[in-house]
Design a protein around this ligand. Structure first.
Ligand code: TPP
Length: 203
């Protein structure tokens, strides 16, 4: 039987994990953060123009990151998002596996909850193993990270390793204060394009 409260005591804390990922990234990184909590986590870690936060487009993080990885092969692309967001777009794992961009890392902050909408349990609190689905889709580098030792081992793969990769990080289910990125979509798009393309990015 599943334990719907086990995530309440997972050792890894999402804000600390986000900070460690953010601090490990080089100058050439571009990041897509999924709607809701991962947006707030990476804004807290260090809001910057090369992070594009998706405010409400559930299911959009992987398609956007995949397109970016294919269009910008000289950049490292990181998609960081939640378990429910991934569950809404599971077919993307298959497309990522087939396209296989070596510069794409996918990190799932799996709190086993729909955090933003009331902490209802997701399928990962029951039976669903997202890393296993990614592997069965054909993504060669996959893993589940449950504590700091495993995170320390996985971090170099996430930020430097050959992709595509999927790391599912089991993070504590905890309500945290909002740390919101800018809300204006046109502004976010422009600052991201400027960071990537310079002045030519704005037309
Ligand atoms: C298409 C769509 N359906 C529902 C929502 C409402 N919604 C916003 S965040 C969220 C849950 C996100 O959960 P998860 O991706 O696991 O992130 P967490 O906040 O738990 O880290 C939902 C259902 C939405 N924004 N878009």
């Amino acid at each position: 039987m599943s334990d719907l409260t086990r995530a309440d005591s997972f050792p890894l804390r999402r804000r600390e994990v986000a900070q460690q990922i953010f601090d490990s990234y080089g100058d050439d990184f571009l990041m897509i953060t999924g709607l809701g909590s991962t947006n707030w986590d990476f804004t807290a870690a260090g809001d910057c123009p090369s992070i594009f936060p998706l405010w409400g487009a559930m299911g959009g993080a992987l398609p956007m990151a995949l397109g970016l990885a294919l269009a910008q092969p000289d950049k490292r692309i990181l998609a960081a998002t939640g378990d429910a967001e991934i569950l809404m777009a599971l077919g993307c794992f298959a497309t990522v596996a087939v396209q296989a961009p070596p510069n794409l890392s996918i990190v799932v902050f799996d709190n086993e909850r729909y955090g933003e909408t009331g902490m209802q349990a997701t399928a990962t609190a029951h039976t669903t193993d997202l890393a296993a689905i990614a592997a069965a889709s054909g993504i060669l580098v996959t893993g589940t990270v449950r504590d700091q030792v495993e995170l320390d081992a996985a971090l170099p793969l996430m930020v430097k390793g050959k992709g595509p990769s999927v790391h599912v990080i089991k993070v504590r289910a905890e309500p945290l204060p909002f740390v919101l990125p800018p809300k204006d979509g046109a502004y976010l798009k422009d600052r991201f394009r400027l960071a990537l393309l310079g002045d030519d990015g704005i037309i």
